[in-house]
Design a binder for this molecule. Structure first.
Ligand code: SF4
Length: 362
């Protein structure tokens, strides 16, 4: 099948009809995805309008920019103010720290540069051997292997500020009583295709069996998502608490062993806070001591005292699937892409930015 096949209107209508038929005798069903690209597909193609009233898809903590904490932004700002060149992806520039953003200090003349990949950051370090270059490394399992590879082979004036996070521990947090379960129950997960390419199917399986939650790994075309919803409804109905790989054209059961090996070689898992969440056990990646010379936190003394600033932003509830962007009182009033109040309105993967862009939320 080519891309057009996954956007076929007739097939989408058939899938929608089946979903409507299947859900007729079901109660309310809440399906969560944990990927900004899934949210983009769902909003862009109006997938929610094809679902019956009793089936909803909510957005989880799947936007890496959105879950990067105020403290991590403050750490990058601290380093730039010490005269270090800080590189990052464009989406991170406007994310608020406790006292401004990287964009603000760039405007003040500090050396903050936007790069398209970590390779650009390494090239910058190679071309400027007398300067220290720190890359603000964000993202999930998808981007962490690039950072691992950079850490293993980079000039001595390059280091990474690792803000990488892992998706399955966040899903487990949401399933725990301490998480979303008590306030907004989730009946099934659409698992992120990109992350699954790296980690494969196995890391989700224990979640399914321990929490009795069905999961479907999905691609990013409209029919991928619709068939994912259909499969989840069938599984919920059959009490089938397993993981179905509906994206076998890209995702293999064992994922990418080479990428997993390099991740394990360079990083160890640690407990970290996610923006809007408390500490999530074993959900962060810290650079191992063997590579301390490329770990910005070990190479430099970083001293920041970060407070969560109270702005009225509801990103925390959006990242837990408790509210939709339009339910935040600041949406499109005080908070816009030009003047974002919270990170969900900054990143192209943020639910608020996506809702603003496509102007259809539910
Ligand atoms: S609309 Fe803005 S203020 Fe409201 S939750 Fe989204 S990012 Fe935060």
């Amino acid at each position: 099948m080519n891309t057009g096949d996954f956007r076929n209107r007739m097939l989408a209508q058939k899938a929608s009809a089946k979903i409507n038929q299947l859900s007729q005798d079901m109660g309310n069903v809440r399906i969560m995805h944990v990927c900004g690209t899934h949210e983009d597909t769902i909003s862009r193609f109006g997938i929610r309008s094809l679902l019956p009233d009793n089936v909803e898809i909510v957005s989880g903590p799947g936007c890496p920019v959105c879950v990067t904490t105020t403290k991590e932004v403050d750490e990058a700002i601290f380093l730039a103010k010490k005269g270090i060149t800080v590189t990052t992806f464009g989406d991170m520039l406007k994310v608020p720290g406790s006292n401004g953003s990287l964009a603000d200090i760039k405007a003040q003349g500090y050396d903050v540069r936007v790069v398209y990949s970590i390779t650009d950051s390494i090239k910058l370090a190679e071309n400027n051997p007398s300067r220290e270059v720190v890359h603000l490394a964000i993202g999930f399992e998808t981007t962490a292997p690039s950072t691992a590879s950079a850490v293993m082979d980079s000039p001595k004036n390059f280091s990474a500020l690792s803000c990488h996070r892992l998706i399955p521990p966040a899903m487990e947090f949401l399933l725990n009583d301490a998480g979303i379960q008590s306030s907004a129950k989730v009946d099934g997960f659409i698992d992120p295709g990109h992350v699954s390419v790296i980690i494969g199917v196995e890391p989700y399986e224990s979640l399914s069996s321990r929490y009795k939650i069905p999961q479907v790994i999905s691609g990013f075309e409209p029919l991928d998502v619709l068939f994912g919803v259909l499969r989840l409804l069938e599984m919920i109905k059959d009490a089938d608490y397993s993981v179905v790989n509906n994206y076998p054209r890209v995702v293999k059961y064992n994922g990418n062993p080479k990428a997993k090996h390099i991740l394990n070689e360079v990083f160890e898992t640690i407990d970290v806070k996610w923006r809007g969440f408390p500490l999530i056990p074993k959900s962060g990646l810290e650079i191992r001591d063997e590579f301390a010379c490329h770990d910005a936190r070990k190479k430099f003394v970083i001293s920041v005292e970060s407070d969560e600033v109270s702005t009225g932003c509801r990103c925390s509830d959006i990242l837990k699937g408790i509210i939709y962007p339009m339910e935040c009182p600041l949406f499109k009033t005080k908070c816009t892409p030009e003047n974002p109040v919270g990170p969900c309105m900054v990143s192209s993967e943020g639910a608020c930015m996506i809702a603003y862009k496509y102007k259809k939320i539910i």
